[in-house]
Design a protein around this ligand. Structure first.
Ligand code: PMP
Length: 360
């Protein structure tokens, strides 16, 4: 059976090699006579799997020793609430940079639990750019500064790390983690849902500086409190074992393929290829300011939206799937995470050129 090029925003494509390994190990993981799904999370086999995944992730992102890595549940959406519960008091201010749908949602949730405020936003541009740092209204006493390095729906990405002074910087890296090197020491807390660049849905990664652990307010549910989770090695309850195992396979695949530096080069090249095709045509367009364009999610519209249905149909027939844009913006969106090979983007670009020649 032929695999398609899957441009889904998430759950997203996984590397074929990872799926092949999982398939081969599915019924009998390394001679233990059962699948990973059937192993106790307290067994020495699973503890080995869990440790390997953490070690590999630490190596990939060069995570400093004074940071804890957690493998949690509840998605990035769960972290929208967990962050204020852990880092702010109800009366404290927290700053939010709002650059699209996901940062808006993070802010709305935080407002329920602390004095979350907009420190900068790009609403006026229709969320097609990053607001200029000189215009940010940062509060020196804020509990933290939150931002969304990559807006998955709008396709807007920060190609720099915001300067937050002594205020801990918190980043929702759901759709950009592991796509390029980052300096973890610049962040107080990083979180990400797994279902884009890490593995299957159901797993949420949190990377947190030690000094921020143990500050949760009174009444924080234990499942949302980082301190008992750190204490329990992310096993306060039964963790999503299979997703954790799959994440470990993806991390190993990244290490075997040159790590995040190599990934960054490939991702840059993939993005340049696709934006180049869009910009050089009079038929396709992308509204995002050039210096804020996402390497991971590339939205684009056709000159005639009447052709959207035909585009999607013919793309699917050509083995290019899940290109429909988010309902809030319409048009198309190609999500080109780590597991999308350069070849997949090249095939898409060829298809786009052919489509334009036929109907443009
Ligand atoms: N933040 C970002 C940037 C996302 O892309 C998504 C999911 N698309 C979320 C948060 C929500 O993630 P989850 O479904 O894991 O809660």
């Amino acid at each position: 059976m032929a695999r398609v090029f899957n441009f889904s925003a998430g759950p997203a494509a996984l590397p074929l090699e990872v799926l092949e390994t999982a398939k081969q190990e599915l019924t009998d993981w390394q001679g233990c006579g059962m699948s990973v799904m059937e192993l106790s999370h307290r067994s020495k086999e699973f503890l080995g799997i869990a440790e390997h995944a953490e070690r590999a992730l630490r190596q990939l992102l060069d995570v400093p020793d004074d940071y804890r890595v957690l493998f949690l549940q509840g998605g990035a959406t769960g972290q929208f609430g967990a962050v204020p519960f852990n880092l702010a008091d109800a009366a404290q201010t927290a700053d939010y940079l709002v650059t699209g749908s996901w940062s808006k949602k993070a802010l709305a949730e935080a407002k329920r639990f602390c004095r979350a405020k907009v420190a900068g936003d790009s609403q006026e541009s229709g969320f097609t750019e990053i607001p200029d740092p000189s215009e940010w209204d940062l509060d020196e006493d804020a509990a933290y500064l939150h931002y969304t390095p990559n807006e998955t729906i709008g396709g807007v990405e920060f190609h720099f790390v915001p300067e937050s002074g002594d205020v801990p910087l918190v980043a929702d890296m759901s759709s950009t983690i592991l796509s390029r090197p980052i300096d973890v020491s610049r962040f107080g807390l990083i979180y990400a849902g797994a279902q884009k660049n890490i593995g299957p849905a159901g797993l949420t990664i949190v990377i947190i500086r030690d000094e921020l652990v143990g500050k949760a307010r009174e009444g924080t549910p234990r499942m949302m409190d980082y301190a008992p989770m750190v204490e329990a090695g992310s096993m306060l309850n039964t963790p999503p074992t299979f997703a954790w195992y799959m994440a470990g396979l993806v991390f190993q695949w990244l290490l075997d393929n040159g790590g995040v530096s190599a990934m960054g080069e490939t991702n840059r090249a993939k993005a340049e290829l696709l934006y180049g095709a869009i910009d050089s045509s009079g038929f396709y367009s992308n509204p995002v300011r050039r210096d804020c364009r996402s390497w991971m999610n590339v939205p684009f519209t056709l000159a005639d939206p009447e052709l959207d249905g035909r585009f999607l149909e013919e793309a699917k027939a050509a083995g290019l799937t899940n290109l429909k844009g988010h309902r809030s913006v319409g048009g198309m969106r190609a999500s080109i995470y780590n597991a999308m090979p350069r070849e997949g983007v090249a095939v898409l670009v060829d298809f786009m050129k052919g489509f334009e020649a036929r109907y443009g």
